[in-house]
Write a protein that binds this ligand. Structure first.
Ligand code: S3P
Length: 427
């Protein structure tokens, strides 16, 4: 499916962005590991989160969706049953990695597979610690690629030093640690998103932190509860970027998650010269949220180093788009992880923006963009990656002429209705 965009008038109005995808996955999985009824609202009804729900149903977890309210009937990990077939995580690495961690604690066999993109993504990073804890896990390419076969149970806690700053790896180890004998100590990884840690604490897990760098998990029972899910700052980022780039825009986004491990993109916008105003700050169910207001701005280039990447990992493709319209050079380094996302996001964003006239150079772990350039409408390809599709749509809003984006349907992975939302805001 293709979508067509052209230069838009100013974005105006007020909007609540869709619910946070990462927190929605966790509410479903932790709700399924807890005892009692968890109600999470609003739950993100996107393809990725539906993949998590369908895997949970296959292992015997009962849940219901009524409007945007998800109810999970948790019976503890002991309530999970061996599925009769494969678990299909679709496009979602969060589903595959977090479920592999949780299933490592269950004494039966699970096969977790996914779509063509997910089956190319690295799994050795979770297989290695989960095997050390005692799970039997096999996969293609010397146990480093999906599909994964997990035979779990009888886990023992380990000390695990994080090799990649990944929330999915950290979460997999913690969810296994929840069911392991002894202590599971995770060292490092504290700059990646911490939604799992926050929700585990909310549900009563025995998780403690030591200084800036380490945490220890002990086997514990989770208590079901109601969970309010904030708006997804990664979805908000596309709308914010569009408003910043289209002159005369003025937008307010309400109830956006402002967890500091996710909010790096807001700092980047401010440094580049777009003033993002935060108001109505509050904290609900261990997650901060607030309203954001932003308008069109003249941007300056920026240099972003590796240590800042985890807090904006999914927004990096948007930085390339902003860089095209900013004065001077925008440089991103230390973002090699982008090469193993839903697509190779460095190659995708550089290749597709170049078709629109961007002056962008690929680096092994990032890119350099020279700006400002006048972007030209072109035929571009999402490469099956939702965040690339949306970043290209934002570029199209400030390009001359029409942009046709092939493979548009992937936006349903995280932001169903994105195209309508943009049209509504631009009148
Ligand atoms: C996610 C963690 C990040 C992020 C992904 C969602 C999560 O991946 O890119 O979109 O929900 O835990 P990594 O953990 O691989 O960095």
């Amino acid at each position: 499916m293709e979508a067509v965009f052209s230069a838009a008038g100013p974005l105006r109005g007020e909007l609540a962005v869709p619910a946070d995808k990462s927190i929605s996955h966790r509410a479903a999985i932790l709700g399924a590991l807890a005892e009692g009824r968890t109600v999470a609202r609003p739950f993100l009804r996107s393809e990725d989160c539906m993949s998590t729900l369908s895997c949970l149903r296959s292992i015997g977890v009962e849940w219901a969706l009524s409007g945007d309210d998800l109810t999970v009937e948790g019976r503890g990990p002991q309530g999970w049953r061996q599925a009769s077939g494969e678990l299909d995580a679709g496009n979602s690495a969060t589903t595959m990695r977090l479920l592999a961690g949780a299933l490592a604690g269950r004494p039966f066999t699970s096969v977790i597979t996914g779509d063509e993109s997910l089956c190319k993504r690295p799994m050795g990073r979770i297989v290695e610690p989960l095997r050390r804890m005692g799970a039997e896990i096999t996969g293609r390419e010397d146990n480093t690629m999906p599909p994964l076969t997990v035979r779990g149970g009888g886990l023992t806690g380990i000390e695990y030093r994080m090799e990649v700053d990944s929330a999915q790896v950290k979460s997999a180890v913690l969810l296994a640690g929840l069911q392991a004998g002894g202590e599971t100590r995770v060292v490092g990884g504290r700059s990646s998103r911490d939604h799992t840690e926050r929700m585990l604490l909310l549900m009563g897990a025995d998780l403690s932190f030591e200084g800036e760098d380490a945490m220890t998990m002990r086997a514990s029972r989770l208590q079901a509860r109601e969970i309010a899910i904030p708006g997804d700052i990664s979805s908000a980022a596309f709308i914010l970027a569009a408003a910043v780039l289209v002159p005369g825009s003025r937008l307010k986004l309400s109830g956006v998650g402002l967890n500091p491990t996710r909010a790096g993109f807001l700092s980047v916008l401010n440094t580049m010269g777009a003033l993002v105003m935060e108001s109505n700050y509050s904290e609900t169910d261990n997650e901060p949220r607030g309203d954001l207001e932003v308008g069109g701005a003249q941007l300056n280039g920026i240099e972003v180093e590796g240590r800042h990447i985890p807090a904006m990992i999914d927004e990096v493709p948007l930085l390339a788009v902003l860089g095209c319209r900013a004065r001077g050079e925008t440089v991103v380094r230390g973002a090699g992880e982008l090469r193993v996302k839903e697509s190779d996001r460095i190659s995708a964003v550089c290749g597709e923006l170049a078709k629109m006239g961007a002056e962008i150079t690929e680096l092994p772990d990032g890119f350099v963009v020279h700006g400002p350039v006048g972007l030209q409408g072109a035929r571009v390809d999402s490469r099956g990656d939702h965040r690339i599709a949306m970043a290209l749509a934002v570029a199209a809003l400030c390009a001359e002429g029409e942009t046709v984006i092939d493979g548009w349907e992937c936006v349903n992975i995280s932001f169903p209705g994105f195209e309508d939302t943009l049209h509504d805001l631009t009148g």
